[in-house]
Design a protein around this ligand. Structure first.
Ligand code: PLP
Length: 402
């Protein structure tokens, strides 16, 4: 990507949080020599191309008149059964009526916005948070208030203060709080069990819902699982979003929502079109055909190696004063740089030198905050990850000397 293309792309992200590049520009971006640390796109090395073909063939053989028709048939329905089994295996016991299979987790966010949000509403998110979620929720014209995140995830102590202040001032409570408790995008942090419990208590006390986005839930690279908010919730306050974007393929557009039965029915009623029957059918066949646990384990090992190589390179090359975290899972490292270096100027110059990445401010609901960079290790092979870190370290040294 040329620096002018990058500039345009970057401006689009900062301005409205939506990717506005044309398909041609995106293709050019992918084909360039630029090393991409910008997005958490899964590496195509993990795409099960051959098995997807086989799975689709199996589905078509079983339901030749149904798989490519509007809506979903029996084969597609087996994906729902598989998802419920897998969720139960992770402590999330739900009935069929509580599950809605969606066109990606993003459709789940949009449907949640449609049933809950009016322009005068307030919602809360972590600050920083996933910019794709910000862009979906912004479309509803709501006010988005952020709450700080540290190494243990959302600062529920600060959340409690904010909610108490809102109550004292007679301000409305948030309709919901959107949170990525596991391997957060963009910080990579995982919310501690105590804070999860505290958050659920606050939701009960101040009467708001929680939208838990678990896009990276299957991508634990080390350490012990922490129960999801859905698993800990006893009051029916959590809507849980999942996706197979990272452990099968994002192009299939397969996600889901787990929610209280009456909410799932409302979400379904809000759908503008049909479900993605062909993708659901082939995914159902794929999930039953392969050893899914083994697949997830091998995808984890790809990302564990990439994370470790990037961490080692950071350790080896970064000048003093730069700090970063060690994510237990997911696809991102969060790096903080000293105040004298402007992260936006850094990102622009890094793009000129061949490394595409994003500075932290665009992940904040108000576009302000953080002094650093989000590094994604998902897209590039090991040698290019090392090279990217060397280029960034050299540039940071120069900028710190100025
Ligand atoms: C936190 C989070 N949620 C959701 C998504 C997108 O999920 P999907 O492709 O299923 O819409 C992403 C993609 O990067 C993400 O980081």
């Amino acid at each position: 990507m040329s620096s002018s293309q990058y500039g345009r792309f970057y401006a689009s992200q900062v301005g409205i949080g939506i990717k506005v590049l044309s398909a041609k520009e995106k293709k050019a971006m992918r084909e360039t020599e630029q090393i991409h640390l910008s997005f958490g796109d899964p590496t195509p090395d993990t795409f099960p191309n051959d098995e997807v073909v086989e799975a689709l063939a199996l589905a078509l053989k079983e339901e030749p008149d149904r798989v490519l028709q509007y809506g979903a048939g029996e084969v597609a329905e087996d994906l729902a059964v598989f998802l419920l089994e897998r969720a139960a295996g992770r402590g999330m016991v739900a009935s069929r009526e509580q599950l809605l299979v969606t066109n990606g987790a993003t459709e789940g966010m949009d449907l949640i916005g449609r049933i809950f949000l009016d322009p005068s509403d307030v919602i809360m998110t972590e600050a920083p948070t996933f910019m794709g979620a910000l862009s979906v929720f912004r479309k509803f014209g709501v006010q988005i208030q952020g709450c700080e995140v540290d190494g243990d995830g959302l600062r529920t102590d600060l959340l409690e203060e904010t909610l108490s202040e809102r109550l004292e001032c007679g301000e409305p409570m948030p309709k919901f709080l959107y949170v990525i408790a596991n391997f957060q995008n963009p910080t990579g942090t995982t919310m501690s069990l105590d804070r999860r419990r505290h958050l659920l208590e606050l939701a009960e006390r101040f009467d708001f819902l929680i939208v838990e986005d678990e896009a990276y839930g299957e991508l634990r690279l080390e350490g012990e699982d922490v129960p999801t908010l859905w698993a800990l919730d006893e009051g029916g306050r959590v809507l849980h979003l999942g996706t197979y974007a990272k452990v099968i393929a994002p192009g299939l557009r397969l996600g889901w929502v787990l929610a209280a039965e009456e909410l799932t029915a409302q979400l379904m009623a809000m759908r503008p079109g049909y479900s993605n029957g062909a993708s659901e059918s082939l995914a159902a066949k794929y999930c039953r055909m392969v050893d899914f646990d083994q697949r997830v384990a091998s995808i984890r090992s790809v990302y564990r190696q990439r994370r470790d190589v990037m961490l080692e390179a950071l350790e080896e090359h970064m000048p003093a004063g730069i700090t970063w975290n060690r994510p237990e899972g997911g696809l991102f490292i969060w790096m903080e740089i000293p105040g004298e270096v402007d992260p936006d100027a850094f990102v622009e110059e890094a793009a000129r030198r061949g490394v595409a990445l994003l500075s932290t401010s665009i992940f904040y609901p108000d576009g302000v905050g953080g002094n650093g960079l989000r590094l994604s290790y998902s897209q590039e092979p090991l040698d290019r990850l090392r090279r990217a870190v060397e280029i960034m370290a050299g540039l940071l040294e120069e900028m710190l000397d100025r």
